[in-house]
Design a protein around this ligand. Structure first.
Ligand SMILES: Cc1cc2nc3c(=O)[nH]c(=O)nc-3n(C[C@H](O)[C@H](O)[C@H](O)COP(=O)(O)OP(=O)(O)OC[C@H]3O[C@@H](n4cnc5c(N)ncnc54)[C@H](O)[C@@H]3O)c2cc1C
Length: 282
């Protein structure tokens, strides 16, 4: 450990170690933990560490307007902002892309002059607080499939303030992601149209994967030590006293919010670790 303020280094020793620095930083810590036995990162015997990085795709969104309901305003949870579970490829493969996407919904009142209110001072405030027509939005959370080529690695020359090599993220979208995005935008427009919305606008932010959240992978679980880093209890295959239980352990990302799964996996692994300590297996 290096104290961020004093730069003083301290070594800690423990029978078991849980590496939980969040997905990419856990990858960084293991990649930086080299030794004669593991020159390419702790437990990395088969060039798996840092590979199969995946994330969720938020590029697509839609906006529209809805006539009526002018006597209502939005407060707190009214109207609610629901999440719509994926309805694509649920029971069988039915599209030209794999997997699916969850949809976030919401409704809001535009300001009197639309959201591009001009003016200054009291007039501006009045215009802002005058409720205009209802707006509706939808946005996607698409499942990106982990690939060997989507990876993180250490920079050879860039270091942080403490001399530790920085992480390079080499991840991109592929054809499956593009087809899924297209499907969301056309399905979303159809749903909004059937619901009676107008002025439907489809948006592709084209933002890079690194600008999204819900990164996973790189220290994946699996039965085979040649194709995975962790066993079913989240222990490194090669070092049983090291556990990784954050998003780095995931082998697929789904389209749901993932953090409760990380917490459940962590509780399960911690329980197992305590049992193993008690029986002196660790
Ligand atoms: C804007 C936003 C919205 C989100 N919304 C949702 C949501 O609605 N639902 C959902 O399920 N998930 C959501 N997430 C994802 C969720 O926040 C993460 O999945 C979750 O926080 C991961 O928990 P963690 O413990 O693995 O990592 P973190 O909570 O990031 O904790 C990791 C800790 O490790 C520390 N650390 C890192 N590197 C080092 C190091 N080298 N040395 C010492 N300490 C280190 C960090 O400072 C941090 O305190 C969201 C994320 C963002 C950014």
């Amino acid at each position: 450990m290096i104290d961020a303020k004093t730069n003083q280094a301290t070594e800690y020793f423990a029978k078991i170690i849980f590496v939980n620095a969040a997905c990419l930083n856990s990858n960084l810590i293991l990649l930086n933990s080299t030794s004669n036995r593991f020159p390419n990162g702790l437990g990395n015997e088969h060039d798996i560490l840092g590979r199969y990085i995946a994330f969720q795709n938020y590029r697509g969104s839609l906006n529209a307007t809805l006539d009526g309901f002018e006597d209502g305003y939005y407060y707190g949870r009214r109207p609610v902002s629901p999440l719509m579970p994926s309805f694509r490829n649920v029971y069988k493969q039915e599209t030209d892309f794999l997997r699916g996407y969850l949809v976030f919904w919401g409704a809001y009142r535009n300001t009197g002059n639309g959201n591009n209110t001009d003016g200054i001072g009291a007039d501006f405030k009045d215009a802002l607080s005058e409720a205009g027509e209802w707006g509706v939005y939808m946005s996607m959370q698409g499942e990106v499939i982990p690939k060997h080529t989507n990876h993180v690695r250490l920079s050879k020359d860039e270091k942080d303030d403490w001399g530790i090599p920085q992480l390079i993220t080499s991840v991109s979208y592929d054809d499956n992601d593009e087809k899924m995005l297209k499907d969301f935008l056309s399905q979303g427009a159809e749903i909004l149209d059937v619901a009676g919305c107008k002025n439907i606008v489809q948006n592709d932010s084209k933002q890079a994967p690194g600008l999204d959240i819900h990164e996973m992978g790189g220290i994946r679980m699996g039965k085979d030590p040649k194709t995975s880093m962790l066993n079913k209890w989240n222990q490194l295959h090669a070092c049983k006293n090291v556990f990784v239980t954050d998003g780095a352990c995931m082998t697929s990302v789904g389209n749901q919010n993932p953090s409760l799964t990380f917490m459940a996996i962590t509780a399960r692994a911690a329980n197992y670790a305590v049992e193993q300590l008690k029986t002196r297996n660790l």
